[in-house]
Design a protein around this ligand. Sequence first.
Ligand code: 4NP
Length: 154
Amino acid sequence: MDRPALLFVCLGNICRSPLAEAAFRHAAARAGLAAIADSAGTGDWHVGEPPDHRAQVEAWRHGIDISGYRARQVVPADFRRFDFVLALDDQNLRDLEALRPAEAPARLSLLLDHVPGLAGQPVSDPYWGEADAFAETWAQVSAAADALVARLQG
Ligand code: 4NP
């Protein structure tokens, strides 16, 4: 696939999906994979906002600056712009199934379905959690990023 396009989707687009986007961009760059990546939220509460400060700090811990990211809401046209739409949890997946236009080409899946041993599991939502919840989120999304890069390179 020439320059695959991936969209990572959570609820607010300020915690989990920006970290998933960042982890994927980082893994793709490290592997020399040319890809397009973006993230979005099913909800609109945080549209236009930068990622949650705690998510920014977690990304910084891995040498990645996500302060320039801005939240946006997913739209039906995303199912035509992107080859893969990755839902961070089951509710996100159900909301995306409802939003998806008939016959749109994007492949929709749960993000952790791409990680051996983690299929069917949600990425834990760190929004209401302690600071170490973001480290756990990072571990999950970076495992998924590595698996996606391996698959797209294969
Ligand atoms: P995210 O986290 O979906 O990972 O960006 C959340 C962000 C905002 C809210 C919940 C989760 N909220 O309730 O506003």
